[in-house]
Write a protein that binds this ligand. Structure first.
Ligand SMILES: O=C(O)CCC(=O)C(=O)O
Ligand SMILES: [Fe+2]
Length: 280
């Protein structure tokens, strides 16, 4: 039988789509050959597409995330919890970012700093390739974790975040408090886990982060979302909520962010990472 030596535009689209889904070019060539394509033609044309599309492919992969508005984004500009009136200050759709004011009162911020002060340790990061936790120069802050519902204040804050986000308290990791001194930073990273480190028995992937600012930083220390061109200036009691996981188990690489070095004063934040399901 005559071998096929032509690629239709539909096939070309299918190849690009399949590459974007992470299927190797060799596997695609094999599939084409099985369908009756001339092997040399299949390999040559496929690698031409890979070459031409490589830059576009990377971008397409990153843009393939399907945006879904999380519950917190559907509540209007004033969000009432049972004990707090939270104000939405600004919003970005892609990646999804909400800047919120009055998430904590000034007293709650002060109390949280006091409770964590003598429990600080050098911060660790999850290595994106191995998934192991380690201390790195990219994250120079100090931090500590509270256990879930550790005391009255923590329980109150966890209930408030749960009401704001419509997620059970048990979907949240223990609240983390971070302290950055002058020059300290947290370089660009994602909060979601590498795919091979997602544990379905522990609530699965992280889908959102509530990052609460506990003090005023005199200069520097902004949380920067470079893909969104957004920089959040810390304000005591305000928070930034960003959402990067959808119902299709995709993660949004546009959510990459950093904490730029503090240049004057110090910075205190509390981070609550929220997973798809219950961790405990
Ligand atoms: O301190 C910040 O502004 C960012 C902290 C952060 O990205 C994190 O804890 O994952
Ligand atoms: Fe982060």
């Amino acid at each position: 039988m005559e071998k096929i030596r032509q690629i239709s535009s539909e096939l070309r689209d299918w190849i690009i789509h399949t590459l974007n889904n992470g299927v190797s070019p060799v596997a695609i060539a094999d599939a084409m050959i099985k369908k009756g394509f001339d092997p040399k033609f299949a390999y040559e044309s496929l690698f031409k597409i890979v070459g031409n599309e490589s830059i576009k492919t990377i971008e397409t992969t990153q843009n393939q995330y399907t945006y879904e508005i999380p519950e917190i984004g559907k509540k209007g500009n004033l969000i009432y919890t049972s004990d707090q009136e939270v104000k939405v200050l600004s919003r970005v759709d892609k990646p999804f970012i909400l800047h919120l004011d009055h998430v904590l009162s000034e007293d709650e911020c002060d109390e949280l700093i006091q409770l964590s002060k003598n429990r600080l340790q050098p911060s660790r990061i999850v290595d994106p390739t191995t998934g192991e936790e380690k201390v790195t120069p990219g994250r120079t802050s100090k931090g500590m974790y509270f256990t879930l519902k550790e005391n009255q204040l923590i329980t109150k804050i966890e209930n408030r975040i749960s009401e704001l986000t419509n997620t059970p308290v048990e979907n949240g990791e223990g609240l983390q408090v971070l302290n950055y001194d002058i020059g300290e930073e947290y370089k660009q990273h994602f909060d979601f886990f590498p795919a091979n480190k997602v544990d379905p028995t522990k609530g699965g992937q992280r889908v959102g982060t509530m990052l609460i600012y506990l003090n005023e930083v005199i200069a520097g220390g902004e949380t920067v979302f470079p893909k969104a061109g957004v920089s959040i200036v810390p304000k005591k009691g305000s928070a930034v909520y960003f959402h990067y996981g959808n119902s299709e188990n995709q993660v949004d690489r546009m959510s990459v962010h950093s904490s730029v070095p503090v240049s004057k004063g110090e910075k205190w934040v509390a981070t609550k990472w929220i997973r798809q399901g219950r961790i405990y």
